[in-house]
Design a binder for this molecule. Structure first.
Ligand SMILES: Cc1cc2nc3c(=O)[nH]c(=O)nc-3n(C[C@H](O)[C@H](O)[C@H](O)COP(=O)(O)OP(=O)(O)OC[C@H]3O[C@@H](n4cnc5c(N)ncnc54)[C@H](O)[C@@H]3O)c2cc1C
Length: 359
């Protein structure tokens, strides 16, 4: 039986990225995942280009470049942006397979882990690493976290779609949103996530796709619906700093407002690997943790506000703030300039955030 320096539980973006960083440095890494293949879980496959500060995206895994986006409120377009490349829709399975290509991957292998009283592997049959286990199981087993559900279908369009355009649809009654992401010129990923019961979300998505199909001349569902929970509770530093470390969504590395989890999970993997090596965290880590915290506070505010105030925020938020808050990328000056134009609740959360940002 071969021996391994690291044994990673979970071959999602967090676990696969950890395997990539460690195997690149010559460590022997075993990755165990209960799913039949990496990237089996439902996901929109969208990543902003800022991900490339932490990891290289091989061109073969990029399905389309995102160059345009449109935001709708109650069916009406309210925000629109076009500016170079915002990000990518990637083939997540190929990307994860690339990340684990220098490690050993075993799929269909469940590992018993426990988070109480502290994160650990409790599975006698699991191979023992010479250095450390790394726990990257996503949101599974996190019953105490603040979880939202998200569900998606893959559809074939009878007409060509713009492969560079992503669309977000907000409805004032929903704390969450629908998305329409291209996977090519004829295939779309359509989903919805938010604070609703999974069954209700399935019904909501069905109606949404039917309406869009009428408007766009025919959409045929070819996959799904398929859904999963997303941990939007914010970073759990105790989990992240534990031995063994917990990384990715399991430790709250997800932007709570957008539900974007691939990039922060990879940032957490890079930071955990540095920690195990005795090196300082990458610069990206602090900014990621700070913005997850800011988005978490904004989400609390949005949850408490009325449907009409939510609508007002979506309609009136200046475009650069809409993007900057969504991506966790606003500079001190951008924030300062924007404060007087913002709804009161948003302004007070962002004023706090200003204190943590460098001038
Ligand atoms: C419908 C939907 C759409 C989304 N769209 C996007 C998007 O477009 N962009 C984006 O950035 N994020 C998106 N997200 C969020 C993103 O998918 C996750 O945040 C991200 O995948 C988390 O990475 P992770 O590696 O921490 O966990 P996961 O991707 O959940 O991976 C964890 C892995 O661990 C395995 N596992 C769990 N428990 C065990 C165990 N006990 N033993 C063995 N294996 C185990 C699972 O099978 C899984 O493969 C979406 C989420 C959903 C649900």
């Amino acid at each position: 039986m071969p021996s391994y320096d690291y044994v990673v539980v979970g071959a999602g973006p967090a676990g696969a990225a950890f395997a990539h960083f460690a195997s690149e440095k010559g460590y022997r890494v075993l990755v165990l995942d209960q799913a039949p293949w990496p990237g089996f879980k439902a996901c929109g496959w969208a990543v902003p280009r800022q991900i490339e500060r932490t990891i290289r995206l091989p061109t073969e895994v990029i399905l389309t470049e995102i160059k345009r986006f449109r935001v709708y409120l109650d069916g009406r377009p309210v925000q629109e942006g076009e500016e170079g490349t915002w990000g990518y829709i990637i083939d997540k399975r190929s990307f994860l397979e690339y990340l684990v290509s220098n490690a050993t991957l075993k799929t269909k292998t469940h590992v018993e882990i426990s988070f109480k009283p502290r994160p650990r592997v409790v599975d006698d049959k699991a191979p023992k690493p010479s250095l450390s286990y790394v726990l990257a199981p996503g949101s599974s087993g996190l019953s105490d976290a603040d979880l939202i559900y998200a569900i998606q279908v893959i559809v074939r369009s009878s007409r060509d779609v713009d492969p560079e355009m992503v669309e977000l649809y907000f409805q004032r009654e929903l704390v969450g949103y629908y998305w329409v992401f291209p996977r090519g010129t004829r295939v779309l990923d359509i989903g919805v996530g938010g604070y609703r019961d999974p069954k209700e979300l399935v019904e909501m998505l069905k109606k949404f796709v039917e309406k869009l199909s009428e408007e766009r001349g025919g959409l045929e569902v070819i996959e799904g619906p398929k859904g999963a929970w997303i941990n939007v509770g914010g970073v759990n530093t105790q989990f992240f700093n534990a031995t063994p470390p917990v990384i990715g969504e399991a430790a709250g590395f997800v932007y709570p407002i957008t539900g974007e989890g691939i990039r922060p999970s990879i940032v957490s993997a890079a930071a955990a690997f540095n920690r195990l090596e005795g090196r300082s965290f990458p610069r990206e880590f602090d900014q990621t943790v700070r913005w997850i915290g800011i988005q978490r506070k904004l989400l609390d505010m949005v949850k408490k506000s009325s449907p009409d105030s939510r609508a007002r925020i979506i309609e009136t938020l200046p475009l650069e703030l809409f993007i900057g808050i969504g991506l966790g990328e606003l500079s001190f000056m951008q924030l300062l300039r924007a404060l007087p134009r913002l709804p009161r609740g948003v302004a007070s959360v962002l004023k706090e955030a200003l204190k943590g940002l460098r001038r």
